[in-house]
Write a protein that binds this ligand. Sequence first.
Ligand code: PMP
Length: 384
Amino acid sequence: MSVVERARRVLPGGNTRTTLFVPPHPPYAVRGEGAIVTDHTGHRVIDCNNNYTSLIHGHARPEVLEAAFEAARSGTAFGLPTASEVALAEHVRDRTGIEQWRFCNSGTEAVLMLLRAARAYTGRELIVRFEGSYHGTGDAVVSPGAPGVVPGSVLVLPQNDLPALRAAMRDHGDRVAAVLIDLMPNRAGLTPADPAYVAELDALTRQHGALLAVDEVITFRLHEGGLHQRYGIRPDLVSVGKVIGGGFPVGAVGGRAEVLSPFDPQTPDGVSWGGTFSANPVTMSAGLTALRLFGPAEIAELNRRGDELRSRLRDAGVAVRGSGSLLRLMAADTTKLWWSLYERGVLAGTNGLLALSTAMTPAHLDHIADAVIATLRSGSAEHR
Ligand code: PMP
């Protein structure tokens, strides 16, 4: 029996992650080496998905693997903290200037805990977030009416709409614990937030004693300390994930010591943070090594390559958005777009997302550009 037939019997729809499903079923990955993935049919593709932007160095980068193996040889997880979480926290603190950190196993958990910290710290209930932004699958960020969410505890606004933001803060600002924003939301089309809007958001949150929370789970790769640094803002809380785990499951929340004080086990009525595998030394060590290999020079170079690819595609008439190493192709039929690219040797996100890795060579980038342009000519991608 093929893997596809076996999968359909034991997994709803044949796989675990809705976010990577393409009908009739996605191919199954067998092997990843640098920028290349081989699937169960033996087809080889250049990986522009990079596990939804998390594999900043592509697959099986030797230094990252060695760090993970070395950690694993001394024990994969403990009922005690380890120095590896201290080292990763120090590294992200130095990159961001954000004082304190806590680790978990996914971006979903990071956002969930960030919102809990915001509510505990401010003693307020209301969370403001933006339409079309994806923040994982916690109830508060999926839809305001999800079970477990008290009606009226989440307000969803259109992003970049200043009058709507002003009105919401005027009417409810004093009840707002935090405003949660992704400065370049992938699901909403990878359009960077307007700097004037972000500046006013920053001012309004401060004016009303609400916290400014930035979800950097995807955008952390764009700048040494995350995309927010380009906007010149200092968020009270950030959620990160993906690249900081070196390819292993990860999430983290960062903030000032004061704002994260609800997580201190000695704080009365604090917020409990568990997670059997949170801050495990394999993830922490792989993450630290991956980040050390992705400093300002590597970030600038990867962003430059992304900008170059974007201009090249635009010049050929392709509708493409994004910034730096993250690109987004636009298409009416994203399934057709995905398969058209896949058949031409390019693995994209199911929504047309392309995320570059340091494992890509100029020849890979040429191949990606040719595949996208051929896809446009085939009628599967949009003209700009
Ligand atoms: N926030 C953002 C902005 C994301 O893009 C994602 C996942 N793509 C998440 C949170 C959730 O992260 P995870 O999939 O690791 O739970």
